[in-house]
Design a protein around this ligand. Sequence first.
Ligand code: AMP
Ligand code: GLY
Length: 423
Amino acid sequence: MNILVIGSGGREHALVWKIRKSPLVKEIYCATGNAGTGEIAVNIDISPEDIVGLKNFAIANRIDLTVVGPELPLSLGLADEFLKSGLFVVGPIQGAAEIESSKVFSKLIMREAGIPTADFEVFDDVYEAEKYVMSADRPLVVKADGLAQGKGVFPCLNKGEAIAAVNAIMKEGMFGQAGRRIVIEEFLEGEEVSFMGITDGEYFVPFATSQDHKRAYDNDEGPNTGGMGAYSPARILMTDEQEKVISDIINPLLKKLGEKGRPYRGFLYAGLMIKDGKPYVLEFNARMGDPETQPLMVRMKSDIVPLLMGASQGNLKGQTALWDESFAVCVVMTAQGYPGSYRKGMEISGLGQFRDRDDIVIFHAGTRRESDKIVTNGGRVLGVTAVDKNPEKAIEKAYSAVSSVHFDGSFFRRDIGKRVLKR
Ligand code: AMP
Ligand code: GLY
């Protein structure tokens, strides 16, 4: 069969890498891909937002299945458009993708379905929002309703910070229409874990747990980023607790979406905060996490393609995903300046030596081939991923690989995975 993967980040390289291992697959295309996907798939130059262009490509090239990496094409209705033409797709329809593209929708559906989440209120009036902040007696988190590239969330320790966040979003319009409405919610203390899986709307196949490192600098300091590294398993949500997450969080969400005429199919990501041993949902994403996908894919033992087909065709029942017992860690190497402004086009050296290794895989994110060179092409450049039975060794391997890959101004956190060693 022929598969089209949409996106160009580390997550998409990891998905393509895993799909490539399936004996069921002939051709893989990636739109638009990066230098890494270009080595194992055919990159095509159609933007993830060009839904009609992608659909026409899928029809012309007899694509059996399209796998959507990022949220933007889903929020623009890619799945709806593909389904109309009888094309199979992994990713929810626009109405179901709103669990990510609208924080207001997401919080309201959680309230309706009785899913544990931080207490919250919704505002579309700046004065009402300010009044609420002034009367609150606890730390708050202020969130823009719409997609804001991970920058729309402001954890606020005091009223001054919360007022400033409300003003930035609603008065100054820093996210445009995405900030027309806001959610203000209770600040939850605890430990975060990423819980992902794949669903056909009725059956949910859980994936192994993982943890992200969202802040730019060591010890979780500095600005938020798309993710500076991840590891799996997270070792804070045990098997019986995962079953509870499915029965108390995932299944009620799927049921409620179905009742609303927005059946959900595709990858589903719950960002959880574990507080006093109990999971609360911070957010749902209508996709896999990046960089969490990178350690997950190197640990997944099952062929991923039957899972993808099952989710898109509505017959996941009876399927499971099996995981290697080992520990996997991904260290993200970024361009200097990320998550602020950064340069592109720096030559990357040292990639070749890991090509035949199974225990060290370098996933590309912002990279591009330029004749016989590979150069940087984004803020997050590479996801250096290593596996080992022993977490300490996995981390050591990842960092020794990081130290033998070079580009001008490369930056990375030095403490990825270290949390696990303390546990
Ligand atoms: P979100 O995009 O809603 O997951 O928020 C991004 C990040 O902000 C999360 O991964 C958390 O680190 C933090 N965050 C979001 N909501 C809360 C909350 N209610 N309490 C504490 N931290 C939060
Ligand atoms: N790594 C967090 C996310 O993909 O949303």
